[in-house]
Design a protein around this ligand. Sequence first.
Ligand code: ZN
Length: 435
Amino acid sequence: MAYGRKVFDLRRRLAGVVDSRRAPQTSAALVAAAVFYTGLLRIRSFNALEPRLREKPFLRLVGAAPERECLCSVDTVGRSLCGMDLDSVRAIVVAMLEKAERNKVFREGWYGALRYVAIDGWEPFCSRHRRCPECLVRRVRIKDKDGKTIKVVPEYYHRYAVALLIDERFDLVIDIEPVLPKDLRPLVVKGKGPTARLVKASLDEGELTAATRLIRRVKQTFGWIDVVVGDALYANGPFLTTLDSLGLGAVIIAHKETDEPLREALHLWKDQAPHKIVEDETAHERMALWDCRDLETLSTYEGKIRCVRGTVTRLKRPDEPPSTWCMLVTGKATRLAPEKVLAVARARWHIENTGFHQWTTRWRLGHVFRHHPVALRSLFWLFLAAYDLLTLFQYLQLRSYGRDCGKNVTRTISRLIDEMLDELAGWQRLAWDSS
Ligand SMILES: [Zn+2]
């Protein structure tokens, strides 16, 4: 906590959170602090939080002791979250990352001295019973034990486009944006000329639309980001054009062999031996690489696209067939050597392994603390701020601790949390002011 306060001015950041309640007894800033520590200390539900709201160590932690005996009820926490100003909670993560950037944490970049952001869709939970105005809806088949459909029921869920800063040391969340249901989408123009009119959208939004909104805001907020890394959903001309217009390069996975420009590249490579072979002795892998620059066969994109294909053979398992990866590369990322393009594309799995998996298994982000569009997003922002702070702390301050715990990042962080919880229980008197 001393690190958070000293380096990132955490107390002031949390104090900047506001909500829409009038003259509340417990300020939004105190509620935000309580939820932040709920995330950091992995308190599993609001029920489990309730007794802590009157325990001295927790009150000291959020900055409410010694003035108060009890912070508030969990109902109040929920009400405050529902009315929280999202920009004011998002500002905590933004300030933390800007400070880290000023402190040169990302200054060296990663491959090619560039800074990479991976984007992906994330679905934290779904429900057959409860819904809110921001819920997306899909129909699911309920089957009996013989596999016969007995009925079709609606399933409600939330989906977010997530941007994660990736490098070899850590993955930090930089922004999230909800995929909107049809009722909340902006009106669309239908028809042309004098008969044109504004109508409601007929379908829920797609991930690509939300991700486009997300990436514009990411670039506007963090001008130093260089390259976007994405899966095959993003391998299309309009998205690459958007990235171009924002000055962002791209490394995007391409799957469909019938889609341009991969089709053209595969045709050119058909009878060619690999252009380059790289052996990675530490990873026990051999990479065969094909590279093709300046493809112009994608009609929805004006610039030139580079295609790279890599096949990876695991030297310790010669019987296993090699895995193949194809990537589309544009903008600044075209300066990378083909094996680096492959490494960046493979690092995209960080977002699913370190990010999403850890968030649902360890951070309780799949638990619905309060099902309300604003409450969900406010809580995510506070939990993710805790995740980012802990990640930065672990990699910048506790390197030897991480080494001693082995290579499993998720387990290392969990061990750290256990130790923090043990200490919190043991603290009788805390000397909070580290200044
Ligand atoms: Zn909902």
